[in-house]
Design a protein around this ligand. Structure first.
Ligand code: AMP
Length: 113
């Protein structure tokens, strides 16, 4: 999707600070970090969000979750971390490409909404 911000990051057209990459997904630092560690894990294939995860692409989404754990390890988040995926307007999703926020590096608020 040529007009998708995260697809343009995957292609290298827009720069990012890469933390991890493999053939299925890319992890890079959020441009506006909300915690000492704030990394986004995204599939290279365009999937618009959690609501677009199906039986056909669930393995890709699952791989992204495994990479969230890998990122937490790489970032030294042995005390714990949070994984968040906003889906749709009410959740505040601003980029319509599936992504998982990996947040950590301090005690996180327990507020969920
Ligand atoms: P969400 O609001 O859940 O859709 O998350 C989108 C995230 O993308 C936000 O946390 C933004 O700060 C982040 N973001 C937007 N543009 C960039 C960019 N060029 N590089 C890295 N992160 C970005």
């Amino acid at each position: 999707m040529s007009n998708c911000l995260f697809c343009r990051i995957v292609s290298g057209e827009i720069p990012s600070t890469k933390v991890y990459e493999d053939e299925i997904c890319l992890a890079f630092r959020d441009i506006a970090p909300m915690a000492p560690t704030h990394v986004l894990v995204i599939p290279k294939e365009h999937i618009s969000g959690v609501s677009a995860v199906t039986a056909e692409n669930a393995a890709i989404a699952g791989h992204c979750i495994a990479v969230c754990a890998k990122v937490a390890e790489l970032e030294g988040l042995e005390n714990g971390f949070r994984v968040v995926s906003n889906c749709g307007d009410d959740a505040g999703q601003t980029v319509p490409h599936l992504h998982f926020h990996v947040l950590g590096g301090r005690k996180l608020s327990l507020e969920m909404a």
